[in-house]
Design a protein around this ligand. Structure first.
Ligand SMILES: Nc1ncnc2c1ncn2[C@@H]1O[C@H](CCC(=O)c2cccc(C(=O)O)c2)[C@@H](O)[C@H]1O
Ligand SMILES: [Zn+2]
Length: 346
């Protein structure tokens, strides 16, 4: 057996936390087929081979188009429940013990799903998934920025209205295209979400420059940055992220698939680590990008030249950067250490 093969096996069994992964973007071919069979008028192919083709993107805008066609497959609270529960099953198979799943409730409520039934569906799936698979789910509700301030108002309302706000909700985000969608306009909505006790985790610097990351820090009071890829072009920003221990949610394969970065070898994660920035590894929209979290850790191992201990440290970065409580963090970090020591024992 080669050392390379060993590292893959190590990753597969390593207990992990995932901080940046989208709800709809996690629908595997298996789940998409099931939803497409329920709604045969959809333009999304249900055959897994045709799906691989369908999930090949010319640029970020094309990716968003395809993404929204999968959003169109989710039409009833039962679709929402199925998607969420089955995503947790796929996570558990990869030893993902904890995940903060980014959900865009606006996309579902504007398509006519009842808001209360939507919340009930995700919460029902969350508790069932924890009981059946042992994977703990938490939610990040994100504003689809390109859909305008109406979507921001709706998202913050759903996130902060007592009767609606789901128990698993921990954070508030902002996604979609960044070009032509300046971050500062979302400040009042983030202020309200933060005042209601939610953590701020916007996407920034995925498809625009480092100034967007500064905006996310200054105006949206970001505690972690989704992607933050272009931070590499601004040494002052890297120093700021390192000093204030603002983690980056790095999603390497996503950046290639959406053509935000040209090749994996040009991915700046090494610069982030060198600058002392806390790096976490994530999968973003795994089946759409032909990846999963285990593969993202394998990519990171190659680009950062990590062995088992290095990978365990990376996994613990995600635990530390998560919104788990201290007891949950300590338990998951200890599980990572126990697993790693047992693996490396002679
Ligand atoms: N890599 C990514 N980088 C950024 N975002 C990503 C990524 N992957 C997935 N997303 C998700 O895509 C959504 C975008 C949805 C959107 O733009 C839109 C625009 C107009 C109308 C509607 C609608 O629903 O009617 C939706 C984001 O909110 C985010 O959750
Ligand atoms: Zn994302």
């Amino acid at each position: 057996m080669t050392a390379h093969h060993d590292l893959h096996a190590f990753i597969a069994g390593l207990p992990k936390a995932e901080l940046h992964v989208h709800h709809v973007g996690s629908a595997s071919p298996r789940i998409v087929s099931e939803l497409a069979a329920r709604h045969p008028d959809s333009k999304v192919p249900s055959d897994p081979e045709a799906l691989a083709d369908y999930f090949t993107f010319t640029d970020f805008a094309h990716f968003i188009d395809v993404y929204l066609s999968v959003v169109d497959l989710i039409r009833t609270p039962e679709d929402v429940r199925l998607l969420t529960y089955e995503v947790a099953r796929d996570m558990a198979r990869q030893q993902i013990r904890y995940a903060e799943l980014t959900i865009t409730p606006f996309s579902s409520t504007r398509r006519g799903i009842d808001e209360g039934a939507f919340m009930e569906a995700i919460e029902d799936a969350r508790t069932a998934a924890e009981a059946d698979f042992g994977t703990v789910l938490r939610w990040c509700f994100d504003i689809p920025g390109e859909a305008g301030l109406e979507s921001a108002e709706e998202t913050v309302r759903l996130a902060t209205t007592d009767k609606l706000r789901p128990e698993g909700l921990v954070s508030f985000g902002l996604g979609g295209p960044e070009i032509g969608v300046p971050r500062p306009q979302f400040k009042p909505y983030f202020d309200r979400a933060i005042a209601a006790g939610l953590h701020s985790v916007p996407h920034a610097g995925e498809t625009t420059g480092p100034e967007t990351v500064w905006d996310a820090l200054t105006d949206l009071r970001a505690e972690r940055i989704g992607h933050g890829t272009s931070s590499a072009r601004d040494p002052k920003l890297l120093a700021h992220l390192a000093e204030h221990r603002i983690p980056l949610e790095v999603c390497p394969t996503s950046n290639i698939a959406t053509r935000a970065v040209r090749t994996l070898d040009e991915h700046p994660m090494k610069e982030f680590v060198r600058a002392g920035v806390v790096v976490t590894i994530n999968s973003d929209d795994p089946p759409m990008f032909g990846t999963d979290l285990n593969n993202e850790y394998a990519v990171a191992a190659r680009l950062l030249d990590l062995d088992e201990r290095g990978l365990a440290e990376l996994a613990k970065n995600a635990v530390e950067a998560s919104f788990l409580d201290d007891t949950g963090k300590a338990k998951l970090a200890a599980d990572i250490d126990t697993y790693t020591s047992a693996w490396l024992a002679p």
